[in-house]
Design a protein around this ligand. Structure first.
Ligand code: AMP
Length: 178
């Protein structure tokens, strides 16, 4: 018999909080115990994709690096393509880049110029929404290619950082909110 589907609470219990990683003051949400558990990993993909039927999404866009893990699995489940939005300098072909503000300085993400067809239906996924800068920059790259964002989905949202404010105009969904 197949295993029962986990609840969001089951997934939340497996997320490990690592204080002061990678620097003092950050409470790092370690999702590797979720990935290592077959039932929780597959359940998290079911929950992240539950609004969509296979064939209703053309591409799942994942954000470097943990977003790739969830987005790639979601793409297979939805019979969609997978497109990486990577940190600047990592993609080999011609790219569009989008800068965003960090606490100190700026960072940039990039996408291949031909990664999405205009009008394609996209689900954008990352593991965690913090201040929203990364997801907003990724969304802007997707829009810049003329694609349509059906939803931006996260496993985890740090609600106290108000990252959603940077994603106004997009449907945003998070499974677990701290
Ligand atoms: P932000 O641009 O501030 O929303 O940061 C989101 C990105 O940074 C995501 O790709 C996350 O993987 C990563 N991130 C930020 N804060 C954390 C945290 N506390 N724990 C784990 N990952 C984080």
């Amino acid at each position: 018999m197949s295993q029962s589907r986990p609840t969001v609470a089951d997934i939340e219990r497996a997320i490990r909080n690592i204080p002061d990683f990678p620097k003092p003051g950050i409470q790092f949400k370690d999702i590797t115990p979720v990935l290592a558990d077959a039932r929780l990993f597959s359940g998290s993909i079911d929950l992240l994709t539950e609004k969509f039927k296979p064939g209703s999404v053309d591409a799942v866009v994942g954000i470097d690096a943990r977003g790739f893990i969830f987005a790639a699995a979601a793409a297979v489940k939805l019979q969609a393509g997978f497109v990486p939005v990577r940190k600047k300098g990592k993609l080999p072909y011609k790219t569009h880049e989008q800068e965003y503000a960090l606490e100190y300085g700026t960072a940039a993400v990039a996408v291949h110029v031909d990664a999405l067809k205009p009008g394609s239906r996209v689900l954008l996924i990352d593991d965690l929404l913090a201040t929203g800068g990364t997801a907003a920059a990724a969304a802007s790259l997707v829009k810049g290619l003329g694609a349509q964002i059906l939803e931006i989905s996260f496993l985890i949202e740090l609600g106290f950082l108000s990252g959603r404010d940077k994603l106004k105009g997009y449907p945003v969904r998070s499974l677990i909110v701290y």
